[in-house]
Design a protein around this ligand. Structure first.
Ligand code: PMP
Length: 399
């Protein structure tokens, strides 16, 4: 029975053009990777600053394995919380301008843990429609009432807050939207939260390290501090180039999460060597602002070139630059044609993005060359219009 059911499900996924196939990458992340038996220019990694294979980060990792071994051995509350984790938490708190920070094993787990610890039955969680899956799943797991507002529509959120009757209210939003690359209207969200006694949580997975003064993320870009954004989530597997995540906020918030966030309490701590490697990458994030300037220069070069060839991009100044194709199969076809031309670009389809907004999601890193960006533009110029998104007049993703 299960066998038939699984076959049926897989057939259905294939029929909808939603089948996902992994590519095996040989060797480290970088602007070029070896995959599918060839060398490909990589335009789909979240390693925005080019730190995932930085020699200083890799060296810190190896050294720390010498000191701490391979694994943490237990959860933080048992005996897995090492000096390496503790030091990284202190440095992340300082970096984000928060009283304290707390490490989680992944961003997905951080979001599940925070929302399910802070809210429950009778509470309301307000979320942007295009929030990352982990924020949406978290509200469902918590058993709170999930209220989704149209993308970046702070006026709609305000109206919803006015008529809400929840015991406690939490507003959760991506800082930089992972599949669109645009920014949440943080000042308006912070003002609404403050006026209506709601708690604001921002997941800045794609903003921290990349935007804002000193790479301090989307809230820093808008000049907001701990009181405006009391719950800040960051991930370490993207701009920081390693793995893991953290929550930053007041001392009380962090103490509460240590007691109550189930994805913190009931899981093994990150390998301490990952924490040490991240301390090294955090130093590079602070000390090498040219990485942010470089990636932003490349993004502008791409956007200018795209306008020249009539390619419609979404409104985004971040390293996430999507081209909405619309149809699932067309997006896959475009990605295959680019692959044949030597470019690795992911076709992003529902349910990751709303139905009818399948897209190519290009991401840029500080280590790309201008020639690689120009080469990508040339390949895009050669795509037939029906799979390039160039025939679409309205290119904004549906909310
Ligand atoms: N939040 C956002 C906005 C993300 O884009 C991602 C990863 N794609 C996550 C959370 C999850 O982070 P992690 O990969 O560390 O689980």
């Amino acid at each position: 029975m299960w066998r038939n059911w699984l076959h049926g499900q897989l057939d259905e996924i294939e029929k909808q053009g939603l089948y996902r196939r992994r590519k095996v990458v040989e060797g480290p992340q970088g602007p070029e990777v070896n995959a599918e038996g060839r060398r490909l220019v990589n335009f789909c990694s979240n390693d925005y600053l080019g730190l995932a294979n930085h020699p200083v980060v890799a060296y810190a990792f190896r050294q720390a394995i010498g000191r701490y071994g391979a694994g943490a051995g237990a959860a933080h509350l048992v005996c897995g919380h090492t000096r390496a984790h503790h030091a990284l938490e202190e440095e992340l708190a300082e970096f984000t301008g928060r009283e304290r920070a707390l490490l989680f094993s992944t961003g997905y787990m951080a979001n599940l843990g925070v929302i399910s610890a802070l809210t429950g039955r009778g509470d309301e969680v307000f979320e942007d429609r295009l929030n990352h899956a982990s924020l949406l799943d978290a509200a469902l797991l918590a058993g709170a009432r999930l209220k989704r507002y149209p993308h970046c529509d702070s006026a709609a959120l305000k109206r919803e807050l006015d008529v809400s009757g929840g015991k406690r209210r939490l507003i959760a939003s991506d800082g930089v939207f992972s599949m669109d690359g645009d920014l949440a209207p943080l000042p308006a969200l912070a003002a609404s939260a403050m006026q209506r006694g709601a708690l604001l949580m921002i997941d800045d997975a794609h903003g921290l390290g990349v935007i804002g003064e000193g790479g301090r993320g989307s809230s820093a870009l808008f000049g907001l501090a701990q009181d405006d954004v009391p719950v800040l989530v960051g991930t370490l597997g993207k701009a920081f180039g390693t793995f893991g995540a953290f929550v930053a906020g007041s001392a009380d918030l962090i103490e509460f999460l240590i007691q109550r966030a189930r994805t913190y309490v009931y899981t093994t701590a990150l390998p301490p060597a990952v924490a040490e490697a991240t301390r090294a990458s955090l130093r590079l994030v602070r000390e090498e602002p040219w990485r942010r300037d470089r990636v932003s220069f490349l993004v502008q070069r791409f956007r200018t070139g795209a306008a020249r060839i009539g390619l419609q991009l979404l409104e985004s100044d971040t390293p996430i630059q999507p081209v909405v194709v619309g149809d699932n199969r067309s997006a896959v076809r475009a990605s295959e044609v680019l692959l044949a031309a030597g470019f690795l670009v992911a076709a992003i389809r529902p349910p990751t993005v709303p139905v009818g907004t399948a897209r190519l999601r290009f991401t840029f890193t500080a280590r790309h060359t201008e020639a690689q960006v120009d080469g990508l533009l040339e390949a895009l110029d050669g795509l037939p219009p029906e799979i390039s998104g160039r025939d679409r007049l309205e290119n904004r993703s549906a909310s």
